[in-house]
Design a protein around this ligand. Structure first.
Ligand code: GLY
Length: 575
C-alpha cells in the first residue's frame, strides 16, 4: 500500500472526538502509523547497479533515470550484457532473476533456465559403447538447450516493470546495431573458443576479424541480433519463439546436427519459483531455488559452519572447516539435485540445521576427510563463463540476476540470420551419471537428460539481510560460484563492505576432484603447509576466477554502496 493510500485509511479511522475514544481503534491507528513510518524509512537514499560491463551499468541507470524501476533496469542490463558480453550470457541462453518488490516485500525467483529439447534423451551424447563423445555437449548446435532469456525478459517487463520493452531494449538494440569495441578481456575469451567459433560461419563473421582474434578496438556489430531484439520489443515472446526468428533458429540448428523443433520454442515458459531461505548467525539468506543448486548448497555450507565457533579458531583452522563444509555440500549436490519439475528432492532436509549438525559431526579438526571417488575426475576450467548483476532502486526494489550461455561464447554456434549465439548448457546435465562435465562436476540420475527438463545449475543470485541492512550479491564462475558466495557472505558477516566481498581471494573445493583450488593470495605459505599436513591436496591457480557484483544498503547509516569485482571489467555506480 502506498503512503498516500495509507494516509486515507488512517484519516478514515480517526476517532470521533465527540464520542468516547475506542482503545481498539486507537491501537489500529498506532499500528497503521507505525506501518507508515516503516514504509517511509524503507527507501534507500540512492539507487545502485553493479554489473560486469560499464555499458550495461550505464544503460541500467539511464532506465532508472527515465522512470523505470529495478525490474525495468534488469531487463535493460540483461539485454545489454547479451550484446556486449557475448562470451558470458545472451538471448540464446538463460538465467535466474531473484526479485524483491519493495511495496509488499514479495520475493520470487524468475527461472529462465534453458531446457532440453523434447527430442533429447539420456544417451544423447553417448557413443554405441555408452561412452561420452567428447565435446558433443559443448560445441555446436546439439549442445544447446532451448533458450529462456527472451521469455524471461518479456515476463519481467510485463509483470514487474513500468516501461515498455521498446524502451528497455532500446540500448541493447542500439549497441547491437552500432557495435562495441573489443578489449583485452574479449580477446582472451575468443582465444579460448577460437576453434568452436570458426566452425560456425555466422559466429565467425560476428565475433572474429578475418577469422582471427580481433584487434583491441575492433567494432563488433550484430545487425541480426538488433533485428531479433526489435521483434522481441514489438511482438513480445512471439517475436522470438514463433514466426520468422523461430523458423530460422530451427532451420539453422537442424542443418547443423541439432534436434530442436518449433514446438520446443513455442512451448518454452519461464517459471516463478519460491526462493530458498535460511539464516546464518543472525543474517537471513534468500537465494536461488532448484533447478539451481546454488541456494541449497550455500545454506548447507553455512549450516555446517554454524556448528563451529569460527572466530575461536586460528585462521587456518577456519579455512580447513570451510573446505570440509564445501566438500560435504558438493557431495549432496551430485546425489540429489536436479529439475524440481522432474525430480523429488529432499530440499527441506538438505537445508535443515539438524542435517548439517550430522554432517558437521564427522568433520575432524586434525585431518581432511578424503572424498570417496567412485567416479572419474577431470580438472575444471578457469570459471570465467556466465555473468551477474545486482540492482537496487530508490523504492527499495532489488534484483540479483545471474545469466549464462555456459562456456565462454556458449556452443560457438549462431543460426544464420538470427544473431543468436546459442548456449551449450546441455553440458550442465550429467551426460552419463558419474562422468564429470566441463567444470569437473559429477551428477547422478537426478540430473540426467530428459525431454523438456531443465539442467542443474550453480548460479546463485542472493539477497542477504542483516540487522543493519541488505546486500545483493552474485557472481559467475561455473562450479565455483557457490563457494564464492560463501566467501562473500562470511566477509559480510565479519563486517566487510562490498569492496571487501568482491576483492577477497578465494579457494574452492567441490568434493571431486578432491583438491583445494586457490587463487594467488588466498592461502599463505604457512597455511599451505598446515593444510597439506592435514591431508588436503592443494592446487594453486595461476589466474584468479569469478566476477562478483555487489550492492549494499546500510539502513542504519542510510548509505548505499556497491562494488564490481576487480578481476573483471565491470563497474558499480551509486546514484
Ligand atoms: N552454466 C553454468 C551454471 O548454470 O551453473
Amino acid at each position: 500500500m502506498s503512503a498516500s493510500r495509507l494516509n486515507q485509511v488512517v484519516t478514515g479511522l480517526l476517532p470521533d472526538t465527540k464520542k468516547a475514544p475506542s482503545w481498539g481503534l486507537f491501537c489500529v491507528f498506532i499500528l497503521l502509523l507505525l506501518a507508515q513510518v516503516a514504509l517511509a524509512v524503507e527507501k534507500p537514499p540512492a539507487a545502485a547497479i553493479a554489473s560486469a560491463h560499464p555499458l550495461a551499468t550505464q544503460a541500467g541507470h539511464e532506465i532508472l533515470a527515465a522512470g523505470g524501476n529495478a525490474f525495468d533496469a534488469a531487463v535493460t542490463v540483461s539485454a545489454v550484457l547479451a550484446v556486449v558480453e557475448p562470451y558470458s550470457s545472451g538471448m540464446g541462453g538463460g538465467g535466474f532473476w531473484l526479485l524483491h518488490r519493495a511495496k509488499d516485500g514479495f520475493e520470487t525467483m524468475l527461472d529462465g533456465r534453458e531446457r532440453a529439447p523434447l527430442a533429447a534423451h539420456q544417451d544423447l551424447y553417448l557413443d554405441d559403447q555408452g561412452e561420452v563423445i567428447p565435446n558433443l555437449s559443448i560445441n555446436g548446435a546439439l549442445a544447446a538447450g532451448i533458450p529462456g532469456q527472451p521469455a524471461a525478459l518479456v515476463h519481467l517487463a510485463e509483470k514487474y516493470g513500468q516501461l515498455p520493452l521498446k524502451q528497455t531494449l532500446a540500448a541493447a538494440i542500439r549497441l547491437a546495431r552500432e557495435g562495441f569495441p573489443v578489449d583485452d578481456y574479449y580477446r582472451r575469451m575468443v582465444k579460448w573458443r577460437l576453434d568452436a567459433l570458426r566452425q560456425s560461419p555466422s559466429a565467425e563473421s560476428l565475433f572474429l576479424q578475418s577469422g582471427e582474434i580481433p584487434q583491441v578496438g575492433h567494432n563488433v556489430r550484430q545487425p541480426d541480433l538488433a533485428n531479433t531484439l526489435e521483434l522481441l520489443a514489438e511482438q513480445g515472446r512471439d517475436g522470438f519463439y514463433k514466426g520468422k526468428v523461430a523458423q530460422k533458429l530451427i532451420d539453422g540448428v537442424r542443418a547443423n546436427g541439432g534436434i530442436w523443433t518449433l514446438e520446443d520454442l513455442a512451448d518454452y515458459q519461464p517459471i516463478e519459483r519460491v526462493p530458498v531461505r535460511g539464516s546464518y548467525r543472525g543474517i537471513s539468506i534468500t537465494s536461488a531455488a532448484p533447478p539451481s543448486s546454488g541456494g541449497v548448497m550455500l545454506l548447507a555450507m553455512l549450516n555446517i559452519l554454524s556448528r563451529f565457533e569460527l572466530e575461536a579458531y586460528p585462521v587456518v583452522t577456519r579455512k580447513h572447516l570451510m573446505i570440509e563444509a564445501m566438500r560435504r555440500a558438493y557431495r549432496d549436490r551430485a546425489e540429489y539435485l536436479g529439475d524440481p519439475d522432474f525430480v523429488d528432492m529432499p530440499i527441506e532436509q538438505l537445508i535443515h540445521p539438524l542435517y548439517a549438525a550430522g554432517l558437521a559431526r564427522d568433520i575432524a579438526l586434525g585431518h581432511a576427510t578424503p572424498s570417496k571417488a567412485p567416479y572419474s575426475t577431470v580438472q575444471s576450467d578457469e570459471g570465467r563463463d556466465t555473468t551477474h548483476f545486482s540492482i537496487l532502486d530508490k523504492e527499495g526494489n532489488r534484483v540479483a540476476a545471474t545469466l549464462s550461455i555456459n562456456y565462454p561464447f556458449g556452443s560457438g554456434f549462431v543460426p544464420e540470420g538470427t544473431g543468436i549465439l546459442l548456449n551449450d548448457e546441455m553440458d550442465d546435465f550429467s551426460a552419463r551419471p558419474g562422468v564429470p562435465n566441463v567444470y569437473g562436476l559429477i551428477g547422478g540420475e537426478a540430473n540426467a537428460i530428459e525431454p523438456g527438463k531443465r539442467m542443474l545449475s550453480s548460479m546463485t543470485p542472493t539477497f542477504i539481510e542483516t540487522a543493519e541492512g541488505v546486500a545483493i550479491m552474485g557472481t559467475p564462475g561455473g562450479s565455483r560460484i557457490i563457494t564464492m558466495l560463501l566467501h562473500g557472505i562470511l566477509e559480510l558477516q565479519a563486517g566487510g563492505e562490498p569492496k571487501d566481498w568482491v576483492n577477497k581471494p578465494r579457494f574452492h573445493h567441490q568434493y571431486l576432484p578432491d583438491e583445494v583450488q586457490f587463487e594467488p593470495g588466498a592461502l599463505t605459505a604457512d597455511e599451505v603447509t598446515e593444510l597439506t599436513r592435514l591431508g588436503h591436496q592443494l592446487k594453486p591457480l595461476k589466474r584468479s576466477y569469478g566476477n562478483m557484483q555487489a550492492v549494499y544498503w546500510n539502513k542504519k547509516t542510510e548509505a548505499v554502496s556497491a562494488a564490481s569485482d576487480p578481476r573483471g571489467i565491470g563497474n558499480a555506480v551509486v546514484h
